[in-house]
Design a protein around this ligand. Sequence first.
Ligand SMILES: Cc1cc2nc3c(=O)[nH]c(=O)nc-3n(C[C@H](O)[C@H](O)[C@H](O)COP(=O)(O)OP(=O)(O)OC[C@H]3O[C@@H](n4cnc5c(N)ncnc54)[C@H](O)[C@@H]3O)c2cc1C
Ligand code: FES
Length: 284
Amino acid sequence: MYPIVRKEILSASVKLFDLKAPLVAAKAKAGQFFILRADEKGERIPLTIADFDREQGTITAIFQEIGAGTRLLGRLEAGDAVLDVVGPLGVPSEIERFDGPVAVVGGGVGIAPIYPIARALKEAGNRVIAIIGARNKELLFWEEKMAAVSDALIVCTDDGSYGRKGFVTDALKDLYEANKDLQRVWAIGPMPMMRAIANTTRPMGVPTIVSMNPLMLDGTGMCGACRVLVGGETKFACVDGPEFDGHLVDFDLALKRLAIYRDEEKRALAALEHHREGGRCGCH
Ligand SMILES: Cc1cc2nc3c(=O)[nH]c(=O)nc-3n(C[C@H](O)[C@H](O)[C@H](O)COP(=O)(O)OP(=O)(O)OC[C@H]3O[C@@H](n4cnc5c(N)ncnc54)[C@H](O)[C@@H]3O)c2cc1C
Ligand code: FES
């Protein structure tokens, strides 16, 4: 069992857990993820390692409650434990020292996985410009943590309730106008956001890394659930990624694949709500 040593509610639907997982914490690197199962009936949920503390033996996960699995997870409290944690999984981010500025862009819950990448880039001696964005002020988190590992931080909200009004892509365009020597962009967030960022940087000719979050099952490259098309080649996000060249990813296909189980997921969510209201549906 893997105890939850701290829980923080970052917004109505976004929760943070510090999990005691010393073996994962000992090896974790920026860009990697883990797969957890809350209990023996629970789904496998892949989550990015948003932070780690090797001395305490903890890893930090930040997750958005979107379906039945993450909603059940969000009901756990500090002192509870999850059944399995498998990781660290995936290829770590390629961190190097660049001659000019680099940008990291985190959208919504993507702010969590972009943080360790920003920190690693800063530690490697880069000039890091961070852009974080959310639909509104309530959904923003880790502004101070991001500021601490960046040379400049631009905060955007879609509705203008905080920071600059507008999308992260608008902020990135302005950033490029002021920094034509921009060397690289990392973008993590919802797939439509990562697609928009890749479409923005393609004409600029700035190499862009995105972190794909397809459906996953085994996390070992065996089941094929997480396949993505990159430059016409099939790749498995769990073992070849999750980071890929954003200019080569087939986002249209990736978005279609993400929607494959939408009806089943809706049914699972409805059953969960039914249980919460005290109903019996015989689904367990
Ligand atoms: C490598 C990796 C790292 C991830 N890191 C994080 C993270 O740090 N924080 C976080 O909140 N989420 C992260 N995710 C996404 C997270 O795993 C899913 O949100 C979760 O598995 C959904 O489970 P569920 O049972 O709650 O929802 P489901 O019932 O499975 O799905 C509900 C709805 O969400 C959509 N959906 C399902 N899976 C995904 C997905 N992978 N991405 C986007 N939409 C999806 C479905 O199409 C459906 O509409 C990551 C995914 C991957 C592959
Ligand atoms: S999750 Fe099964 S191949 Fe990647």
